[in-house]
Design a protein around this ligand. Structure first.
Ligand SMILES: *[C@@H]1O[C@H](CO)[C@@H](O)[C@H](O)[C@H]1NC(C)=O
Length: 408
């Protein structure tokens, strides 16, 4: 006691530093290290996830010096700045309307029927984005063939028509999945989406329903804002969120600048005005909404919102989100709907940021999200028989909901 007092008197700085350090450690262990929340009804899918996903039983240990949501979001890409690029095999897919997308393949086997994960990157991302490389490498190591779907005009692709891509349209994904089904008969396929890629998968599942269930064994998404209307408002709050918003708008404008010549051909667009956008909302009002026939950005966000559409999903589905995602407050995760659904499961960690999920002292190798989703994908592809009864349950559930809503 006396020693402590002496220390305080003679070395006030050291004492203050030590106290702050200890307080932080206590805070870290009590507030940041937690098991994720898990929502899904008692069902075959839940049982499957509980039995197979050992990662779900663990606590998520966010990188101790980096538990803040903005730091997680920022450093998740910075700490991988020097990640080795993947030497993909590019397959260019000509779409019905003359547009082009690229499927970038990293095969894990010569077998045409080897399981395939179709990976969809986030907004302005592509197969060379560090978080996509991380996910693909993690899946590939476990024997899964990966095909990254680069949207029109991304990943070094030329823009062949004036049309780009958005969260409320999954026509291109549908064509890509049809193509994979035709060229790889017998190969089980899963869709894995990150952020905007997850929204596009959500749009595909909720609009194509049974047709989607024929194409996909299951689907998994990460860092998806379930309520895009709220999500965009959330990144309009002043401070770092707004800064992030403006950074995204900057990246979006970069794509427009890159394809300016082609886009000038769309008489609905005022490219000069588009390039003056400061925020994502301005950009979406002047560009995305015009391209896809919405009145304004808000209308587009409403059409992209999945929050109230879970019951239309007919495919076993898992979504990993972080409770501190800058795109969505914890309570905007549809816990209620997921707890009722037989086959939509929600995993929400307390920390993790947007496409963050770093873990360990110096995170570079593998992130929590990649461990969890890889374990999920591998479990699904190694239990295809069990997946059949889960799919049946999903189908029965969706039918029962339709009857209850009087749509049958
Ligand atoms: C995964 O789940 C299936 C179906 O519930 C089960 O048969 C299998 O034993 C599980 N695998 C492991 C490793 O627990």
């Amino acid at each position: 006691m006396v020693d402590w007092l002496m220390l305080c008197l003679y070395y006030p700085g050291t004492t203050l530093g030590l106290t702050a350090f200890v307080t932080y450690i206590v805070y870290y262990f009590t507030n940041a290290v937690k098991r994720p929340l898990f929502a899904c009804r008692n069902s075959a899918w839940r049982l499957f996830l509980e039995e197979n996903l050992t990662v779900l039983q663990e606590k998520y240990w966010p990188t101790p010096w980096c538990i803040d949501t903005h730091l997680q979001t920022f450093f998740a890409s910075v700490s991988r700045a020097f990640i080795r690029p993947i030497d993909y095999k590019r397959e260019v897919l000509r779409l019905k309307d003359g547009g082009e997308v690229a499927l970038d393949w990293l095969e894990a086997s010569e077998r045409r029927a080897n399981p395939v994960a179709v990976v969809l990157p986030g907004l302005t991302g592509a197969s060379d984005s560090v978080y996509v490389i991380g996910m693909v490498m993690s899946l590939h190591k476990m024997g899964i063939s990966c095909a990254v779907l680069n949207s029109r005009g991304t990943g070094g692709m030329e823009l062949k028509t004036t049309r780009t891509y958005c969260a409320a349209n999954s026509d291109d994904l549908e064509e890509a999945l049809d193509h994979v089904a035709v060229t790889r008969p017998g190969a089980p396929v899963m869709a894995v989406g990150i952020s905007l890629g997850g929204l596009i998968i959500g749009h595909y599942l909720t609009t194509r329903k049974e047709a989607a269930a024929k194409k996909l064994v299951a689907a998994a998404v990460q860092s998806v804002p379930w309520n895009l209307v709220q999500g965009i408002r959330y990144i309009e709050r002043p401070g770092l969120s707004l800064l992030f918003n403006q950074y995204l708008a900057y990246c979006l404008k970069g794509l427009v600048r890159l394809h300016r010549y082609q886009l000038e051909g769309d008489h609905l667009l005022d490219i000069k005005e588009v390039l003056e956008s400061i925020t994502v909302r301005q950009f979406d009002t002047r560009f995305t909404a015009k391209q896809f026939g919405f009145d304004d950005a808000e209308h587009y966000y409403q059409a992209s919102t999945l929050y109230h559409k879970l019951d239309y999903i007919k495919v076993p589905f898992l979504c990993l989100n972080s409770g501190d995602d800058i795109f969505q407050p914890l309570e905007d995760n549809p816990f209620g709907a997921a707890s009722k659904s037989s086959h939509v499961a929600l995993v929400v960690t307390v920390r993790g940021g947007h496409i963050g999920f770093m873990e360990g002292l110096w995170p570079a190798k593998s992130y929590y999200s990649e461990r969890l989703l890889t374990q999920l994908v591998v479990s699904i592809f190694s239990n295809l028989e069990a997946m059949k009864s889960i799919q049946k349950e999903a189908d029965d559930y969706a039918k029962a909901v339709e009857v209850a809503c009087g749509n049958a």
